[in-house]
Design a protein around this ligand. Structure first.
Ligand SMILES: Cc1ncc(COP(=O)(O)O)c(C=O)c1O
Ligand SMILES: N[C@@H](CCOP(=O)(O)O)C(=O)O
Length: 462
């Protein structure tokens, strides 16, 4: 297996190269040249296995020669050892046919830990073998940044710079990024929104002189390794509800489309998924695109679910690649139009392909708060605002097929919104008790690419 760009013209890479590369040199995102399938018997045999064993079965076909079987299993074991729940991703029943997949038991309390902890292990193993150093630059609306800083802090071969929108992440998220003391991790507050930060990261990848000079790597979901690790919990949860004999559906709070795209890969691998439901907040470009066929940016509106305050949704490009039958030129043309005109029209054929897989819904701020309140009042389940959006949208798609809604973050990451809606203050785990007492270290910068690049060049360890 090799890895190809969604825009069709970048060099083909191995898994290790794709993992360390981030964005393809033609501006596209890497994908495996083919998606391996697992037989129903292999999927059935996952029942009763540990999360780590399922992770190995799901991901091994993608890794190639990068790690031996034993090395890869060791990396997986180390990645999930620090999770606060034996099941790693436990399922909680909310209603007869509706389940919540709790993805917030990792070290930074969001689903990002599932991939980032493993990527941290894989980067470390790969770089210590080659003796190389890389500079990771990431954009975050709050959770990717804290997960990346946690996974890479203190590692010798990596410097990490995380761009976040100043004033637009929760205080817990900000402190998770600004309080680690290790000198190889750096939080940068940019005057702008998440799209501004993500565009700056992509511009840095497309500036080949800078990219090669700093040995740029990415750990946003542009990195295939991120998506791959997220495929695992679709399998673990579906199997625990009877897959492959019983199909399931998923509702996924969505922003950059990485998490739900991992569900699409699980489906392509043979997991019987009936529907993948995209749940958005008021930044609803994905819902509008699926409803109308027009993918049109409108500017980011701040919300009480700040991690999903995204308009230019990176991984939608990967979904389009499959919807256009792996035609990189067609994807490149649409992405060019997005850049020059702020939007594009999805062809009728591609739109029908997307609608066969994905449904969608949008949730207002008032509905989000009401769902937090209702879930707490009726079920005793304290939801973060992102998870509440998932649960709200899922209500419109419940039927005879079991629905699994992804709970993507712990409510304690968003205490203001959760307390205002439910009257209940969600406490942080004891290990984070002193988060609000620690000193913060952050560099504030204008939305100016050259200024950001200078901060990065000056901050790289000697
Ligand atoms: C808590 C939370 N929920 C949902 C999302 C959306 O996930 P994705 O960007 O993979 O669509 C994010 C950020 O990405 C998040 O941090
Ligand atoms: N919501 C994310 C945004 C970045 O998404 P990614 O999955 O591409 O890293 C965040 O919390 O940072």
């Amino acid at each position: 297996m090799h890895y190809v760009s969604t825009r069709g013209t970048a060099p083909h890479l191995t898994f290790e190269e794709a993992m360390l590369t981030g964005l393809a040199r033609d501006g596209g995102l890497y994908l495996p040249s083919e998606v391996p399938t697992l037989t129903p018997a292999t999927i059935k045999a996952m029942a009763g296995k540990s999360y780590e064993e399922i992770a190995y079965t799901v991901m091994r076909p993608y890794i190639g020669e990068t790690f031996t079987d034993a090395q890869f299993m060791d990396l997986i074991t180390a990645a999930y050892a620090g999770f606060g729940h034996d099941a790693r991703a436990p399922l909680v029943q909310m209603a007869p046919n509706h389940f919540l997949l709790e993805l917030f038991h990792g070290p930074t309390l969001a689903f990002k830990d599932f991939a980032m902890q493993l990527i941290g292990q894989m980067f470390q193993a790969s770089l210590s073998r080659s003796g190389e150093r890389v500079t990771i630059v990431g954009a975050t609306s709050g959770d990717t940044g804290s997960a990346a800083i946690e996974a890479f802090r203190g590692l010798d071969a990596v410097d990490v710079f995380i761009l976040y929108p100043h004033g637009r992440v929760s205080e817990v998220q900000r402190r998770q990024m600004t309080t680690p003391t290790e000198s190889n991790v750096h939080a940068i507050a940019v005057d702008g929104d998440f799209d501004t930060c993500q565009a700056a990261v992509k511009d840095m990848f497309n500036d080949f002189e800078f990219r090669d000079a700093v040995k740029l790597a990415g750990v946003n979901s542009i990195n295939w390794g991120r998506v791959l690790a997220q495929v695992v919990y679709y399998f673990s949860s579906a199997v625990s509800l009877g897959a492959p004999d019983r199909p399931v559906s998923f509702t996924v709070p969505t922003g950059n489309f990485g998490d739900i795209f991992a569900g699409f890969i699980a489906k392509k691998m043979g997991l019987p998924i009936e529907k993948l439901v995209v749940a958005t907040n008021q930044n609803d470009i994905l819902h509008r695109a699926l409803e109308t066929g027009g993918y049109v940016t409108q500017g980011v509106q701040p919300s009480i679910s700040p991690s999903m305050d995204i308009q230019v949704s990176s991984n939608f490009e990967r979904a389009l690649y499959f919807a256009y039958d792996c035609d990189g030129a067609a994807v490149a043309q649409q992405m060019e139009q997005l850049k020059s005109e702020g939007g594009f029209k999805i062809s009728q054929g591609a739109l029908e392909g997307l609608r066969a897989v994905y449904a969608s819904g949008r949730v207002s701020e008032a509905q989000t708060s009401a769902m937090i309140s209702r879930a707490f009042g009726e079920m005793g389940e304290l939801l973060c605002p992102h998870s509440a959006i998932g649960v709200e949208v899922a209500q419109d798609h419940l039927g005879t097929t079991p629905m699994i809604t992804l709970a993507t973050a712990h409510p304690a990451k968003f205490p203001d919104a959760v307390t205002a809606a439910s009257g209940e203050h969600p406490p942080l785990p004891a290990r984070m008790d002193d988060l609000f007492d620690r000193d913060e270290r952050v560099t504030r910068v204008a939305n100016d690419l050259a200024a950001i690049q200078k901060i990065i060049k000056d901050g790289i360890s000697a």
